[in-house]
Design a protein around this ligand. Sequence first.
Ligand code: SF4
Ligand SMILES: [Zn+2]
Ligand SMILES: [Zn+2]
Length: 298
Amino acid sequence: MKCRICGAKAVIYLRQHNLALCEEHFISRFEREVQKTIKKFRMFDRDDVVAVGISGGKDSTTVALVLHKLGYKVRGIFIDLGIPGYSAFSRNKVQNFAQKFGIPLEIYNLKEREGESLPEIASRRKDRICSMCGTIKRYILNKWALEIGADALATGHNLDDETATLLSNTLRWDVGYLAKQHPVLLPTHPKFVKKVKPLAFMTEREIAVYAILNGVDFVNRSCPFSKGAKSLRYKHLLNEIEVQSPGTKLRFYREFLEFQSKYLKPVESEPQLKECKVCGMPTTIDVCSFCRIFRRGV
Ligand code: SF4
Ligand SMILES: [Zn+2]
Ligand SMILES: [Zn+2]
């Protein structure tokens, strides 16, 4: 197969666009598409500092890399959760990645900074480990982004993630979540940093190919605590539909956003936020969930 633009050997065929591209034209198209998403949704400007939590997987490394290549001021952070056989391995990859591409990186070691690793916390609490992990990561990322004066916190959510979430919310008719699902999440408190998803219209496959072609050695093993998430089932289903009707995922998401902007307004009023009496970060309760996890103020 040949590149539709220059006739050189194609490295990818994008069925949803009926388009075969060579390495050079695929990379430039990918970067143009991400730039279009940033502009269309007014995610951030040229002078803004963009914070990225880099776990080492293809999505977080790609979002950091593409923004860096597009000339944005990227700052990365790796959160070392202390998971045996996983965290140290990922940290190494992320450090090599940041060094190779010249992306400033900070390491946040949970055990050193907060006194306990994730498995240690999990051994004394009944909550689901992934839900605690999510709370911890969200808190640390937001607080760090705030401290470094970042204008936006970019995540690596891709089209497959977004459509799987959309399908799940639609099957439950969860109008509250449907009204909120968007490539940009504006802060509802001065201590929250704007969250943005520059890869929201790129598929997992495009992201993996982009990372490989750019020489990114991303983490290709799963966390030992991840198992059979429901979102994976939705992703498989959507992939099956995509094989029959290429372009379905892109249409599903794009047309949803059009519909949302016209007809879906947030149904519930946002819960009243106050400041955590221990750490001062926004929360709906007296002591925020992060401080509770670390037994502070309770
Ligand atoms: S799978 Fe691992 S890294 Fe992901 S949320 Fe669960 S514990 Fe955290
Ligand atoms: Zn070409
Ligand atoms: Zn707190």
